[in-house]
Design a binder for this molecule. Structure first.
Ligand code: GLU
Length: 442
């Protein structure tokens, strides 16, 4: 059977780094198996879902190169959920409840106060037809819970966590539908996973107990559950899932000049036993992706590591991949000369100005001016003007090392360090190079 995975964000905000990681892993799992990767927009919550976020999710996935093979939307599938709900009701697996939020909260507090787990007491199952009729007559609409089968222990072989066991009696019957008829996440997700032929659900470990419940939903809906795998959560370098990390959206990375390849290379391997490396080749990441390499400990997201990867990725990117984002007129030689000095692509504009000028030279003392005057006079043009210039100057002046190179670099580029001068000088060109040396000497 071909692999089908899905990424199921709720469009209530931008994708943050944790979501991006889940999307990427589902994409990698699908590609590795030659299968399909679906984007499912979980927009059952009409109040909180926003169309601009749906757009942003699509854009972010496209930027990351994680385009889905198909897109589905839960808000267009309410009839499916209704049908599944009716089927569950028919089997007595969905039941109406009338407690108010305050009543439920009170019950929770009482249980917690006694040191007991706050499991729903199934009070609503004890209501008689007459009790229910009375509630309805008072105008109280029910919310609905899925009735877990306490006689059916829940177990699965988790792709990351190994054998998992849950006693359904230790779980609350989950609310699947609110009193206003709207759907909670749990049932629509199971219905869609069945209808869309999802074979592998890969998500964060905050969903482990949802999986326990959903496995019983799959069975109640006469479907075999998919394979499940739950990955350890992402934490900040300070060791906990900080607000900052949760707020780090794809857009923020993009604005900061992080390349999608860098984010992908980091998130593909973070939390696994494979080394994090600046791998720009997606096929290599697909090839090495393996759930069995995932650890159980939280994965630490380190911004400094991302920046290092970003630089290393930039240093490999070929001209053809970036030319549309480079300063006007920048040639392939220009890119190749400047690339090793970049932390972000935006820095290319600064470095390119070193070539195109004007450059701001530091003040030089009289001796250095004389040296630079000699340089202007000695400059000849060839395939390799830098080595002929420095060779000639060394012979003529006896200077070497820093005393030879630094004033030349400062006069020619206005900087103390930067790209390889042998590559830069041909780009600056003979006339401009001579003009800069003469200006420095004056
Ligand atoms: N919309 C759910 C979430 O964002 C999807 C969870 C799942 O993968 O099933 O948490």
């Amino acid at each position: 059977m071909d692999i089908v995975t899905r990424f199921a964000p709720s469009p209530t905000g931008r994708l943050h780094v944790g979501n991006i990681r889940t999307a990427l892993h589902n994409w990698l799992l699908a590609k590795k198996g030659g299968g399909r990767f679906l984007l499912r927009i979980d927009d059952t919550d009409a109040e909180r879902s926003r169309e601009d976020y749906v757009e942003a999710i699509r854009e972010d996935l496209a930027w990351l190169g994680l385009e889905p093979d198909a897109e589905e939307r839960q808000s267009r599938r309410f009839d499916r959920y209704e049908a599944a709900f009716e089927a569950l009701k028919g089997q007595g697996r969905a039941y109406p409840c009338y407690e108010t939020a305050q009543e439920l909260e009170l019950k929770r507090k009482v249980l917690l106060g006694r040191g007991l787990p706050p499991i729903y007491d199934r009070g609503a199952l004890k209501l008689t037809d007459a009790d229910r009729a009375e509630k309805e007559a008072q105008g109280i609409a029910p919310h609905w819970r899925f009735k877990l089968d306490h006689g059916e222990p829940i177990a699965w072989q988790d792709g990351i966590r190994g054998a998992q066991h849950f006693d359904p009696a230790q779980l609350s019957d989950p609310v699947v539908r609110r009193a206003d008829g709207s759907w909670l996440y749990m049932l629509p997700s199971a219905v869609d996973d069945i209808a869309m032929g999802v074979t592998d659900v890969l998500r964060g470990e905050d969903h482990v107990s949802n999986t326990a419940v959903q496995i019983q939903m799959f069975t109640a809906l006469h479907a075999a559950p998919p394979r499940f795998a739950h990955e350890a959560l992402l934490v900040g370098s300070e060791g906990k899932l900080s607000k900052r990390l949760g707020a780090l959206g794809a857009d923020a990375f993009r604005t900061r000049g992080i390349e999608p390849q860098a984010l992908v290379a980091l998130l593909a391997r973070l939390g696994t036993s494979l080394p994090v490396e600046p791998i720009a080749d997606r096929a290599q990441l697909v090839e090495s992706f393996d759930l069995s390499t995932f650890g159980r400990a939280p994965a630490r997201f380190d911004d400094a590591e991302l920046e290092r990867l970003n630089a290393a990725i930039l240093h490999q990117l070929p001209f053809g991949e970036v030319r549309h984002r480079l300063p006007a007129g920048m040639s392939e030689q220009g890119w190749n000369a400047i690339r090793p000095n970049l932390s972000t692509l935006a820095d290319a504009a600064d470095w390119w100005r070193v070539v195109t000028g004007p450059v701001a030279q530091p003040p030089f003392d009289a001796e250095t001016k004389a040296f630079l005057g000699q340089a202007a006079a000695l400059l000849t043009w060839s395939d390799d003007p830098w080595h002929s210039l420095t060779g000639g100057l060394k012979e003529a002046t006896g200077r070497k090392g820093k005393a030879l190179f630094l004033p030349l670099r400062q006069a020619l580029t206005g900087r103390d360090s930067g790209p390889d001068m042998a590559q830069l000088l041909p780009l600056i060109g003979e006339a401009e190079a001579r003009a800069r040396l003469e200006r420095a000497a004056a």
